[in-house]
Design a protein around this ligand. Structure first.
Ligand SMILES: C[S@@+](CC[C@H](N)C(=O)[O-])C[C@H]1O[C@@H](n2cnc3c(N)ncnc32)[C@H](O)[C@@H]1O
Length: 187
């Protein structure tokens, strides 16, 4: 795998089910701008690279990722192995990064228990309303004031009840959206 030193290096990277180049750029910019200390993501891949690059440039903050690449079949035809190869590469260059190859439903509650607080959360795993509410309800207790909640696939019909609930939640402010990636800030 080629080296990934800067955000431009991940713009042309092609992997199934990953966030798209303009979404990658915005994710990277949001991490740079908000300078989170504890970042948590469900669903790893291009998003992981963008977050790690930005944290390294910030010289501050750590990332924990949870993903089982074979879990829901969205990464068929070698996609899962491509993700595992990426992980091996990232582990060498980002020794502080933690990735759990486990079921999010089982692992997320344990990770949330252990993490002091969450300053930035990216939900890009199982795109059903039930699952995104599950993740949100778990992490909300640890999401810091001013913390960011980001979600991918916000245009999907099945996620509209969740998107509307968050848009209407007075505790949250809608921030930027590009394509299917949207950010909210806890007030
Ligand atoms: C859309 S992809 C993640 C894309 C990633 N954010 C990127 O930018 O490349 C979703 C991933 O979540 C995994 N996944 C879905 N539900 C899961 C669960 N309950 N536990 C673990 N992994 C899960 C899928 O197998 C897939 O690898």
């Amino acid at each position: 795998m080629r080296k990934i030193h800067k955000i431009e290096d991940v713009m042309t990277w092609n992997v199934k089910a990953s966030i798209k180049p303009n979404e990658r750029l915005l994710l990277y910019k949001m991490i740079k701008e908000h300078r989170p200390e504890y970042v948590l993501e469900t669903g790893s891949g291009a998003s992981t690279v963008c977050i790690l690059l930005a944290l390294r440039e910030n010289e501050f903050g750590t990332l924990t990722s949870i993903d089982k690449p074979d879990f829901d079949g969205c990464r068929k035809r070698g996609g899962s192995n491509k993700i595992r190869k990426l992980w091996e590469n990232l582990k060498m260059h980002y020794p502080d990064w933690t990735v759990h190859e486990e079921d999010i439903v089982e692992k997320l509650p344990l990770v949330v228990d252990e993490i002091p607080h969450i300053d930035f959360f990216l939900d890009d795993s199982f795109h059903t309303s039930e699952h995104v509410f599950f993740e949100f309800d778990l992490i909300i207790h640890k999401l810091s004031k001013g913390g960011i909640f980001a979600m991918h696939d916000v245009g999907a019909a099945k996620l509209q009840s969740f998107v509307k609930a968050l848009d209407d939640n007075p505790e949250f402010e809608s921030l930027e959206r590009v394509r299917a990636l949207k950010f909210w800030r806890r007030k």
